[in-house]
Design a protein around this ligand. Structure first.
Ligand code: NAD
Length: 499
């Protein structure tokens, strides 16, 4: 067994050379081996990073758009050139299969491309002669230092939802990646230096609750973009807002896919399997509940089952369809849910605990699992399992399916499978969910739209990227100006009125 690699903080252009009071272990989930020793930041390390970022933010915020934009283009090029290397790092620490890891980098790359258009995106408004001789306009200015706190399941893509836009808007960034798979985030952050970003504008601080709390409380951190589970998202939102910050906190999910009787069942079965078991179900946009109208439920389940039989689960770097889950604890938790579903009386159609795996025995593998006849009071329905467990709930009609989805605590993503345009149109209007797919199971918006859920899937009022991202990372200033009009002046104590 080789010695674990030390993984440490990035303070601007240099690695952190101090000693960490605390470290944590990073695993390769496919082998169960410890591959990294991660420095965990104390509040004083966080303070040092934020101070460095704060100094850099002033200069970067004053750098012209003409000089900022080439850095973004260069970063986009470097990310593209390094995407295979980054994907391999994701697979080695997260476990997802290589093609899926590459897909996540590519979706992150889209945000970098969107940010390259920043001169267009930062245009304010201008109104001439709003009052006689008076013009009014708005300008969008950077906030200063912003923090990005990310989850384990998309170590490249989730930070990329925020970072290119924050940088393009003239802010300095401190990223706090997941302690489970920090290396891909760190390597992407290092590309900014090569792209020409000044020292201190991009920083990475590793850690757990202590580092997160220090960022939330730090007076020089002006905004926080968080993505993770719902309880932590709520906590981060409340603590950050109490400290006077702007916070967007994206939380957990339980995504439903409604299949109507007129749907193309081949397409729906493919979609349920891809969206249920891709990335071992560790996606916030994974489908975890198939809501099947009774008349087609048996047929659909049969088709899903047939497809599941062909899936190969194992080491994600060896051409399998599905990799391991992220930790031994996650494997135990997911297996516990399978047991609980069985105990509660759901029909266990395929038991992932019995899958044959293509990887070492020590790997954190759980195979694709399918339940039928799931009831809404069972824990496999109510809880976000975040593993390869797909539940089928049977309903009598569209209305019953819609009510079920709208009663969910979560509102991240959903999908409808139908060939009836009218039903689809009703669904997009009536469903209380932030991202909707019509015959598309994982409706992740393009970078120029915004990503975010409703209800307990998002705290705050800004979604990620698109124009909402630009607005989140800037403050708007409205200016009213009058220039050298000989008619100006004179005493006038009344409230300004238009003339
Ligand atoms: P998590 O909530 O455990 O961790 C997220 C981040 O919070 C990590 O950086 C972690 O270090 C930090 N953290 C953990 N515990 C903390 C605490 N007590 N106090 C302060 N900070 C803490 O989430 P995870 O397991 O890494 O990621 C999976 C979750 O993220 C799932 O619930 C998934 O649905 C969600 N997710 C949501 C979206 C979305 O867009 N809504 C996207 C990806 C993932």
């Amino acid at each position: 067994m080789s010695t674990p690699t030390r993984i440490t903080h990035l303070i601007g252009h240099r690695d952190y050379y101090g000693t960490a009071d605390r470290t944590s272990e990073v695993y390769n989930p496919a082998t169960g081996q410890v591959t990294g020793a991660l420095d965990l930041a104390s509040a004083s390390v966080v303070d040092e990073v934020v101070k460095h970022a704060s100094a850099a933010a002033k200069e970067w915020g004053a750098t012209s758009l003409a000089k900022r934009t080439p850095v973004l283009f260069k970063f986009r090029q470097l990310l593209d050139e390094n995407k295979e290397r980054i994907a391999a790092l994701i697979t080695a620490e997260h476990g997802k299969v290589t093609s899926d890891a590459l897909g996540e980098v590519t979706r992150g790359l889209e945000v970098a491309e969107f940010a390259c258009g920043i001169p267009q995106l930062l245009k304010g408004g201008y109104s001439e002669n709003v009052s006689t001789g008076v013009d009014a306009y708005s300008i969008l200015q950077p906030l200063g230092v912003v923090a990005v706190i990310s989850p384990f399941n998309f170590p490249a893509m989730v930070p990329l939802w925020f970072v290119p836009i924050a940088v393009a808007c003239g802010n300095a960034v401190v990223i706090k990646p997941s302690e489970k798979d920090p290396s891909a985030t760190l390597e992407v952050a290092k590309l900014w230096q090569e792209a020409g970003l000044p020292d201190g504008v991009m920083n990475v601080v590793h850690g757990d609750k202590e580092a997160v709390d220090a960022l939330l409380d730090h007076r020089d951190v002006k905004a926080v973009s968080f993505v993770g589970s719902t309880p932590i998202a709520k906590y981060v939102y409340e603590r950050g807002v109490a400290a006077g910050k702007r916070v967007q906190a994206l939380g957990g999910a339980k995504n439903h896919m409604l299949v109507l009787p007129d749907a193309d069942l081949d397409l729906a079965a493919d979609a349920a399997v891809n969206a249920g078991f891709g990335s071992a179900g560790e996606r916030c946009m994974a489908i975890s509940v198939v809501v099947a109208v009774d008349s087609i439920a048996d047929d659909l389940i049969e088709q899903i089952k047939t497809r599941m039989a062909g899936l190969k689960t194992g080491d994600g770097s060896t051409g399998c369809d599905m990799g391991p889950v992220v930790t031994a604890q996650a494997k135990k938790r997911i297996s516990g849910y399978i047991e609980a579903g069985q105990q509660a009386g759901a029909t266990l159609v395929v038991d992932g605990r019995e899958t044959e795996f293509h990887g070492p025995d020590e790997g954190f593998f759980v195979g694709p699992t399918l339940f039928d006849n799931v009831a809404t009071d069972m824990s496999i329905y109510t809880d976000e399992i975040f593993g390869p467990v797909l539940s089928v709930v049977r309903v009598g009609s569209y209305d019953e399916g819609l009510d079920l989805i709208n009663a969910s605590e979560y509102g991240n993503g959903t999908a409808i499978f139908t060939n009836d345009g009218g039903a689809a149109r009703r669904f997009q209007n009536e469903v209380e969910v932030g991202m909707v797919g019509i015959n598309v199971p994982i409706p992740v918006p393009m970078a120029y739209y915004s990503f975010g859920g409703w209800k307990s899937s998002l705290f705050g009022d800004s979604h990620a990227h698109g124009m909402e991202g630009v607005h989140f990372f800037t403050r708007t200033k409205a200016v009213t100006s009058r220039w050298l009009d000989p008619s100006h002046g004179g005493l006038h104590l009344g409230f300004p009125q238009n003339e």
